[in-house]
Design a protein around this ligand. Sequence first.
Ligand SMILES: [Zn+2]
Length: 81
Amino acid sequence: MAEIKGPKTPCIICEKAILYLWPERGSSNLNNAVDIHISGHYGSSFDTMRYSGIICDDCLDSLIQRNKIEYIKSIYHTEKD
Ligand SMILES: [Zn+2]
């Protein structure tokens, strides 16, 4: 999960302000956005480094529609997945 730095944080693509749901409770749930994690591996200048950020649902939908990002699975996967 992304670290909560304040009541809102920008989308890394469109920079729209994203609000956290229930920040007073320390929740990392986001309002119409997702958190992402990026890991650098051998061959990258960022090898061994990990990053996190936030993408709003509109930008994520646009990436999916343009096949710029690949669906892997639901985090609530079942035996059928
Ligand atoms: Zn966005």
